[in-house]
Design a protein around this ligand. Structure first.
Ligand code: NAD
Ligand code: MG
Length: 400
């Protein structure tokens, strides 16, 4: 970086929390980057603003009905405009050296796959992609010669701790979790937790969905599956540890008992910047830790009663096949129902676990079992659809 060739980059989900942190880093070094495409959804002012200031060639909104609004905002700039989910996927397929996938939810899967098929480097913040279709995503990258760099802070930490190591010598991975908004609440208060209370994170500023998923620990359940898919470790070798300070992001344990930890301020620009500069390291505008001032770091085991969502990750890995896709889809439905105030905070884990119970015995669900053949894209999409239907039924029954 600095004086090297200009790299062509695309940012999917540019208007979100990770997308904005990515743009912050790119905009500081205009001589190093040329922006091919930026995509967003309903936030047209911000999308148009960033497309202009970055000099993007293409701006895309995922919402068809927002086409005219985006076109009008970019009139006279020469920036191409498009709308709709397939336009987002087409943007991802356009030539670029580096693509950030910071779309939230299962909507990130198809654009992410397009970017992988086209080759180059995919910086992957959209963990749902790996949860829903990890084997397919990794195999597609292998075939296309694409490089996937994890952007989730824990997975970036593991990736960095593994650099220069022999993966066969890894004994375990430890992902840390802040414990989320309700880590110190009494258990009997949890059922009454509101959307507003769940939407405020003690350490990280993030999108609303992942913030609520952090409070419920669904986020960490997704991350356990994500770690399994990225690093190929069995479910039994992945652990979760509550670490309220969010300064140690993950640890890798080796067969000689050594633990390599990654520390940094809770700022996504660490992980994004690592992926942006990989394989080199460049200066980043992040806080430097003053460990003497911090004084102490604390750790504790997650309480199963407080975080019933967490254990579902190991169940999903055990059942294998398309269960990850079903799990993510059911989680999205449960979260939507909580956001709509249709169910309580503590109902989300019940909705997902009941949905999984129904799917475990469902012979219409394609491909189950840890040793089953790799699910194809159609299997994944079908499992997603079936799980959304079943989860919606569970929500309905719960409301009656
Ligand atoms: P966000 O809600 O702030 O932003 C989401 C982005 O996706 C926005 O640009 C939005 O316009 C776009 N989007 C929404 N719906 C879409 C759709 N249907 N089709 C296409 N685009 C759509 O989310 P975020 O917090 O930035 O998280 C993005 C992803 O990164 C998520 O998968 C999240 O789990 C992951 N992640 C986020 C953080 C964080 O610090 N925010 C940390 C680790 C991982
Ligand atoms: Mg994370």
């Amino acid at each position: 970086p600095g004086g090297g060739p200009v790299r062509r980059v695309t940012i999917l989900g540019a208007t979100g929390s990770v997308g904005q942190s990515t743009i912050d880093l790119i905009a500081r070094r205009p001589e190093d980057f040329a922006v091919e495409a930026v995509t967003g959804a309903g936030n047209l002012d911000l999308l148009a603003h960033d497309a202009r200031r970055l000099g993007a060639r293409l701006a895309v909104t995922a919402r068809e009905e927002c086409y005219a609004g985006l076109r009008d905002r970019l009139a006279g700039t020469g920036i191409e405009v498009a709308a709709g989910p397939s336009a987002v996927a087409e943007a991802a397929a356009r030539p670029a050296d580096w693509t950030m996938n910071a779309i939230v939810g299962a909507a990130g899967l198809l654009p992410g796959l397009e970017a992988i098929r086209r080759g180059g480097t995919l910086a992957l913040a959209n963990k749902e992609t790996l949860v829903a279709a990890g084997r397919l995503v990794m195999a597609t990258a292998e075939t296309a010669g694409a490089t996937i760099l994890p952007v989730d802070s824990e997975h970036s930490a593991v990736f960095q701790a593994l650099r220069g190591e022999d993966g066969r010598e890894v004994e375990r991975l430890i992902l840390t979790a802040s414990g989320g908004a309700f880590r110190d609440w009494s258990l009997d208060r949890l059922a009454d937790a509101t959307v507003e209370e769940a939407s405020s994170h003690p350490n990280w500023a993030m999108g609303q969905r992942i913030t609520i998923d952090s409070a419920s620990m669904f986020n960490k359940a997704l991350e356990v599956i994500e770690a399994h898919e990225l690093f190929g470790l069995p479910a039994s070798a992945i652990e979760v540890l509550i670490h309220p300070e969010s300064l140690v992001h993950a640890l890798v344990g080796f067969r000689d008992g050594a633990l390599m930890a990654h520390l940094g301020a809770p700022d996504m620009r660490h992980a994004i910047g690592y992926a942006l500069n990989h394989p080199t390291r460049a200066p980043l505008p992040v806080e430097r830790l003053d460990l003497a001032a911090i004084g102490r770091l604390t750790f504790r085991a997650p309480e199963p009663d407080r975080y019933p969502a967490l254990a579902l990750a190991w169940r999903v890995l055990e059942e294998g096949g398309v269960m990850g896709a079903a799990f993510n889809a059911a989680k999205e439905v449960a979260l939507d129902a909580f956001l709509a105030r249709s169910i309580r905070f503590t109902d989300m884990a019940s909705v997902v676990s009941r949905t999984l119970d129904r799917l475990s015995g469902d012979t219409t669900l394609p491909i189950l079992g840890p040793d089953s053949a790799m699910p194809g894209l159609e299997d994944v999409l079908e499992a997603d659809r079936i799980a959304r239907r079943r989860a919606a039924e569970v929500v309905e029954r719960m409301r009656e």
